[in-house]
Design a protein around this ligand. Sequence first.
Ligand code: NAP
Ligand code: FE
Length: 367
Amino acid sequence: MKFAYSMPTRVVAGEGCLVESAAALKEMGKKALIVTGRHSARANGSLDDALRALALNGQGYVLFDKVMSNPTVQCAFEGAAAMREGKCDFVLAIGGGSPMDAGKAMALLAARDEAVDPAAIFSTAYTAAYPVVAVPTTAGTGSEVTQYSILTNDAAETKTSIANPLIFPRLAYLDPRYMSGLSQTVTVNTAIDALSHAVEGMLSVRASAISDGMARQSIEMLAGCFGPMREGTLSVQNRADLLCASTLAGMVIANTGTTAVHAMGYSLTYYKNIDHGRANGLLLPEFLAFTAKHAAGRVQNILACMGLADVADFAALLGGLLGKRETLTPEELSHYAEKASKAGNIGNCLVRPEKDDLLAVLKAALG
Ligand code: NAP
Ligand code: FE
């Protein structure tokens, strides 16, 4: 037995928690940089709650509401400039993974005395960050409890992660009310991202009894929601379960990292504009089938958490949620396998795939 486990984020959960537990925000500083997307935070009530919480504490704010999906390096620099200009003390990131990840990068960039060369954003050795508070409004990425900021890396034609313990959010508020109006597509894609995190965590060489416990709980909660999700009949309790499962799965990957599924998925997002969670979901069944050839017991454990007999049932479940699949050319498949084979997270795989194995997974999923 040899493992490390850490989870420095304080989590406050429940309907109305942001305003009710506003006092917890107070110690973050006098002025927030609110980081969010263009529309949804205004519509789902999260931005109003954040403004009320800040007002209760007498805290000021600057609003940066320009984060796009799959945020760019440029967006992170723009937000960091706004943070410095506004003399903000902390980041309050509200939204899906995109605003939360962008906010974390801003917290690092703004805290540096020396300017960072945009080309070196992923390789700079950061030594400080402003505190980050996260309010997820999708249930999928778990970014509210991870040390990862994933940005579009045009130089390398992929998505790249800044992984740094400094950007673990200090505080996360989980309020499932914000997700009640989430579209069917975003609900499905983000839930599958969470499932992918929990499953990949169980297929990581860094898995431990602690991460497995959280992963199993997450997978069970997600499995209980897939039926109503497909029917479009998610209850308030289902929404709460999805959010909790997503945060648990984030705690898992904060400790285990992700694996080949995420490594391959980044090319689908970068080149084909396929949503992050969907990209993982398209690949996950075939990767599970590959892993089952060498670690059958581990895969059976995962399937048992979902009440499924075999990988074919798992594939059918995800297929029903994802609908018609994209088809890629042989050249695209080879290119993506080649890129994924060089990604750092391949090293996390319990059963480590070679380039040909990755190609076989990609072909079976999207050929
Ligand atoms: P997202 O890109 O943050 O948001 C997707 C869409 O959903 C946006 O159009 C957004 O609108 C909308 N939206 C968000 N909350 C909503 C709500 N409550 N109601 C209605 N619409 C809402 O998607 P995401 O899947 O959550 O995040 C994906 C990103 O997270 C990727 O960049 C991925 O690489 C990253 N990720 C990070 C980690 C990590 O550990 N850091 C893990 C996995 C994935 P607005 O733009 O108007 O807000
Ligand atoms: Fe993910």
